[in-house]
Design a protein around this ligand. Sequence first.
Ligand SMILES: Nc1ncnc2c1ncn2[C@@H]1O[C@H](COP(=O)(O)OP(=O)(O)O)[C@@H](O)[C@H]1O
Ligand SMILES: [Mg+2]
Length: 430
Amino acid sequence: MEENVKEDAGKEEDSRKAKNLTFGQIAIANKFATPEQVLEAVLIQKKMKQMGLVPKKIGEIMVEKGYMTQVQADNIFRIQGREGGHKQIEGYRLISKLGEGSMGAVFQAKQLSMDRIVAIKVLSPRLQRNQKFVERFMREARAVAKLNHINIISGIDVGESNGISYFAMEYVNGPTLMSILKRGGAIDEKRALNIAVQVARALEHACKHGLVHRDIKPDNIMISKDGTAKLCDLGLAREAGEGGSATTEHGASIGTPNYISPEQARGDPDIDIRSDIYSLGATLFHMVTGRSPYSGSAAVVMTKHISEEPPDASEINHEVSSEASALIKTMMAKDRKGRYQNPTVLIEDMELIIKGKPMRGPGVKGNESAVMAKIEEEEYAEPEILVEPLGEGEEEGGEEEGEEGEGGDSKSSHPKRKHRRRGRRIRRRR
Ligand SMILES: Nc1ncnc2c1ncn2[C@@H]1O[C@H](COP(=O)(O)OP(=O)(O)O)[C@@H](O)[C@H]1O
Ligand SMILES: [Mg+2]
C-alpha cells in the first residue's frame, strides 16, 4: 500500500509539467481541436460552475460536442497524467455538490450500474493522505452497513477510486434540519417532537447494534420531502464503550460544540448512548426555541455544557409546553444517570407528549430492559419474594412520584406496580 503511495507521488512529480498545460492547450497543439472549440468548452464549463453544478471536464464537453473523439480526449488525459481527470469515481457520475462537512464534500451523483441518483461522500484530498482519516471514513461506511432503519441513511457502496475514498449512500431529497432552523427559527413543538422521536428511533436501532453516534446535531439530521427524518454522518460512530474521545480524535476540525454532551466535552472515554440522548435534547431545545442552549465561543460553550444548567425552553419560548421543557431538561441532565437511560423510554415519553398524555419520566422502565425482563420473570414465578428484598433505610413510597399519572389505583395491590417498584429498588442498590 505504502509503496503504491510513493509510486503515485513519483508519477505525480513527473507529470507536473504536463498537468500545467491545460487540456485545451494540448488539444490545440495536437490539432485535435480548434482554439474556438476550446474556448466554447471553457465557457460552458464556466457557466456550469456559476449554476452551482459540478462542472464537466473540458475533455468531456469537447467529446459531447463532437469536437474530438473519446480516444483523443483519453490520450490528452493520459498526457496530463490524470487518468480521466480529477474527481472521477468509477461507476458514478457526479452531478452537483450537496454539502460540505468536516470530512470532505458530499455530491449528488448517478450510480451508473443501477441508473439511480445517490449521494456520494468524497474524503477531502487533504485528509486522504492521513491514514487515520481514511480509517474513520471506512468506519462510517461499516457503521452504516450494520444498520437498516428508515430513519438512518442507508449505505450503498464504499471504496477507493483514483486515489479518492468515497462512500455512496441513499440520496435524501430535502434539507438538513440545520438549514430549516437557520431559515425559519423555532419550529412548532409538535413538529419538533415528531422529528426528534424519529431520531430517537434511529438511536434505538443504533443502540441495539451497540453503536453510539456521538455527533447528533441539526447538521446531521436531514428531512426528506415526505417529512421523514434521516440521521446521517456516522463518521464518529463507535461501538459503545470502545473509547476514543470525539474531541481529541477529531482535533481542530471538530464542528460546532453546541450540542455536545458534558462527558464528551470533558473527553471521557466511555461514551454511551446517553450521550446521544443529551445531544438530541440540545437539538430539540434548538428546534423549539430557535437557538442552541448555550452561546459564546467554542471553549465557553463546552464549559457551559459541563457545568451550567441549561435554560428552560419554555422560558425562552412561552409556546413551549412545560412537558416538552421538562423532557428536554431530563434529556440534558448533566449526570447521565439522570437522563432517559435508553432511547426506548425516551420514545415512549415523546409519544405521550405528542398525544397530549402525561409523561412517565425517565426512571419508570429503568436502565437495562434485559435486567427488567429477568426481574419480571422471577417475580411471576415466585411472587412471595416481593415482600422480602426491600433493604433497610429504603422506606416505602419515598421515590414514587415519578410513577403518578397512570390512574389512581391502589399502589401496593397492583402486581405490575409491585414489580416495577421492586425493579427500581434493585436498580438503586446496584
Ligand atoms: N445522503 C445524503 N443526501 C443528501 N445530502 C446529504 C447526504 N448526506 C450528506 N448530505 C449533505 O452533505 C452535508 C455533509 O454531510 P455529512 O455526512 O454531515 O459529512 P461530514 O462528515 O463531512 O460532516 C450534510 O450536512 C448534507 O447537507
Ligand atoms: Mg456532518
